[in-house]
Design a binder for this molecule. Structure first.
Ligand code: AMP
Ligand code: ZN
Length: 721
């Protein structure tokens, strides 16, 4: 391809190419329906690059060459931050804020100090690198030293400039034909967030598609940024606020207020709600103002960030290992709302536990709408004294889980009754029972339909046998049709039965619908795949009391297969008493002596496996081809991580923490629950808390989820710092 020699034809060709490339981008990313091969597409982009190289004045900031690059392959690759991305210390109330203001004043020897107050945007932080004025890399914060490359995704965010406005750049940086870099590298820091309206819409879509809604806009923003397909990110309506530059001095700036001004000039969105304050009372009133305006803003904020304005004073104050001393995040108290309690509904769990659930008029709290919250048990309701009809105070615990704080007694309607646990199970009408000294009331009917549904769902669920696609709706229909009574029946289903399963009627035409052959075939394959799940999953899936996934893993690790566990369950351990110490009794019990198991759990396992019905169930599972043995490969796995201790914190997206722990242990690693100097690595998921802080304090290396995934996929210890 030759580059046109005259400007006019070059411009015409570039415009045509851009339009064509944009069309293919849309087909590829948004419609998932490419018309040309990757190679042909690349060739179009290459030609446009060549023209733009020869005619630099034809480079438009919105040219696809500035937006799409070969960097999709780099997605999530580690990016070392040239300047560390610090976290912020928190002030949980105004007293802590005052203490910080006093510390700053003291450190500065009572010299005058101005502060810049900014809203603390509740999103996900991002670093944007501009080389020679053009966006080259966008990275997440990660552990502050190393983040993840999310350039391809960030390029889809409409308000992120692909190039800095030239008027913001220092003089002397005029572009020259084929020039080498003339402008300093600029790292801009900011927050990517999801506006509340987009968040609500996204969650509606998630629910409609049968996916989990996001807990809050922050998680949704972080999740949207970490998409494998940039088209998904593009569809999410993300937005940004920029608030810092890594090396402001290089741009001739000397105050935070000037940094914000510069960012605005360079083309970034900068939050308008900023104030320079000369003293503590002014800082206080900004915090009050922020708290008041919180509900009116179209995005979520969780506090105010107060920064020392002068960069010289900032440098004087310096950093701790984790955060700057010259800034603090004043965190709002958890948002509370009032609403009316309409009903207390009782839910039946898999073990028959009855859990009262508060249903109240929907309210928006901390960015999302809530309408129900667990009340845990009868005692909890009595302690809080909430009654149907009450005006109640609700909030989100840790800003995620809805919680009923209490009732406003003065607004209680006359005649509101104290709530009592029903005497009969709401599902089977069977008797309920609350053992002395326990807080939980249970339905004791083994045939209780609600319990059965929960048990079946639990078996098919993620942490257990992970039968992909076997959701609550299908399980319910299968039970109704009589095809499913216990978990062994999953393995007797055939494609025809599933295909013909009655799924009710369509809303529109009222026609009867069946599951159909396509879904049926997928489900059969998923059921088949679950037959070979390791024994730990089977033990967890059976839902014995006290056997969570960690205990299941310990038991499976010790016994290897179900027969070994069954025979251990048949061993009558010594009873402690005259001549037999507790320790000897424990040692004589092959189940109780397993690390992490103990007497109570051993008794529960024995009770379960001693029950003839359960034994028959295990036999049926075996007959129907469920392996119930620990994976051979896990046994044979090389112990490449032996001697290393990991601590997991925060939420992971691709594993549960338990699963990740199981995998790490399979390579010989230890997984501990608290961080110490002996910890080799801390794995920090989303919203990692104090353990991450501890790790940074002790200098323990921190891994991102991606780094963990790499460790688990390769079995290789992470490379050193
Ligand atoms: P935390 O995650 O609680 O340690 O708070 C620190 C984070 O607050 C930073 O990493 C930023 O992502 C975020 N943040 C939000 N708004 C601002 C702001 N105006 N200035 C600095 N950081 C902010
Ligand atoms: Zn029941």
């Amino acid at each position: 391809m030759t580059v046109p020699a005259d400007r006019e034809s070059a411009a015409a060709r570039a415009t045509a190419l851009r339009a064509e490339i944009e069309r293919h981008n849309e087909l590829y990313y948004l419609r998932d329906a490419p018309e040309v091969s990757d190679a042909a597409y690349d060739s179009l982009v290459r030609e446009l690059r060549e023209i733009e190289g020869a005619w630099p004045e034809l480079v438009a900031p919105d040219s696809p060459t500035q937006r799409v690059g070969g960097d999709v392959a780099d997605l999530f690759a580690p990016v070392a931050h040239a300047q560390r991305m610090y976290s912020l210390d928190n002030a949980m109330d105004l007293d802590e804020l005052d203490a910080w203001l006093a510390r700053v004043a003291e450190a500065l020897g009572e010299r005058p100090c101005a502060y810049v107050c900014e809203l603390k945007i509740d999103g996900s932080s991002i670093s944007l690198t501009y080389e020679n004025g053009t966006l080259t890399v966008a990275a997440t914060r990660g552990d502050g030293r190393t983040g993840e490359n999310v350039t391809a995704n960030v390029r889809t965010i409409a308000d992120v400039p692909v190039a800095l406005a030239p008027e913001a750049l220092p003089a002397g940086g005029e572009p020259t034909l084929f020039g080498t870099p003339q402008w300093p590298r600029v790292d801009v820091r900011g927050e990517v967030y999801l506006p509340l309206a987009s968040f609500e819409r996204l969650n509606e879509d998630q629910v409609a598609a049968g996916a989990q809604p996001f807990a809050n806009p922050r998680n949704a923003a972080a999740g949207s940024l970490r998409q494998k397909d940039a088209g998904v990110t593009a569809s999410r309506d993300l937005a940004t606020f920029a608030y810092a530059v890594a090396e402001p001095r290089a741009l001739g700036l000397s105050r935070q207020s000037e940094v914000l001004e510069w960012l605005r000039r360079a083309g970034f969105h900068v939050n308008p709600d900023v104030q320079t304050c000369a003293n503590a009372p002014a800082v206080h009133s900004f915090c009050e103002h922020a708290l008041e305006s919180r509900d009116r803003l179209p995005y979520e904020i969780d506090g105010v960030v107060i920064k020392v304005d002068s960069l010289a004073q900032q440098e004087e104050l310096g950093h701790t290992s984790k955060a700057p001393r010259w800034a603090i995040a004043y965190k709002f108290p958890p948002e509370e709302k009032t609403t009316v309690l309409r009903e207390i509904r009782v839910q039946v769990g898999r073990t028959g536990a009855l859990t009262p659930l508060a249903e109240f008029d929907p309210v928006t709290v901390a960015g999302s709408t809530i309408a129900r919250a667990t009340l845990h048990n009868q005692d909890e309701i009595a302690r809080k004294d909430v009654r149907v009809g009450d005006t109640i105070v609700v909030r989100k615990a840790g800003d995620v889980i809805p919680e009923v704080v209490g009732a406003i007694e003065s607004l209680r309607p006359a005649g509101a009754q104290l709530w009592v646990m029903p005497a009969h199970c709401p599902s089977c009408a069977g008797e309920v029972w609350r053992p002395d000294g326990e807080v939980v009331t249970r339905c004791t009917n083994a045939g209780c339909p609600a319990q059965r549904l929960e048990r079946l769902g639990h078996w098919a669920g993620r942490g257990a046998m992970d039968i992909d696609g076997m959701g609550a709706e299908i399980v319910t229909r299968l039970v109704e049709s009589g095809a499913l009574a216990d978990v062994s029946d999953f393995y007797a289903l055939d494609a025809d039965t599933l295909a013909a399963l009655d799924m009710g009627r369509t809303k529109k035409s009222g026609d009867a619908v069946t599951l159909g052959p396509v879904v049926a075939a997928k489900l059969i394959a998923a059921i088949d795949a679950s037959r070979t799940r390791p024994m730990s999953r089977v033990l967890f899936g059976l839902g014995m009391r006290h056997v969570g996934s960690t205990v299941a893993e310990a038991l499976a690790g010790e016994f290897g297969d179900i027969d070994a566990l069954l025979s251990a369950a048949g061993v009558e351990p010594l009873a402690a008493g005259p001549g037999v110490t507790q320790a000897a009794a424990l040692a004589s019990d092959p189940i109780a002596r397993v690390d992490g198991v103990g007497r109570v759990i051993a008794d529960s396992v024995r009770a379960f496996l001693g029950n003839p019905e359960n034994l028959a169930l295990v036999a049926r599972l075996r007959e129907r081809g469920v392996a119930m043995a620990e994976e051979r490969s896990a046994e044979a796995r090389q112990q490449t991580l032996a001697g290393l201790t990991f601590v997991l914190t925060g939420a992971l997206t691709r594993y549960t923490r338990d699963q990740a722990a199981i995998e790490l242990k399979a390579y010989g690693a230890k997984v501990a629950s608290s961080v110490s100097k002996k910890t080799s690595y801390v794995v920090a998921g989303a919203e990692a808390g104090s353990k991450l802080g501890k790790a940074l304090e002790l200098g323990v290396p921190v891994l991102t989820e991606d780094e963990l995934v790499r460790v688990l996929e390769t079995g290789e210890a992470p490379a050193g710092e």
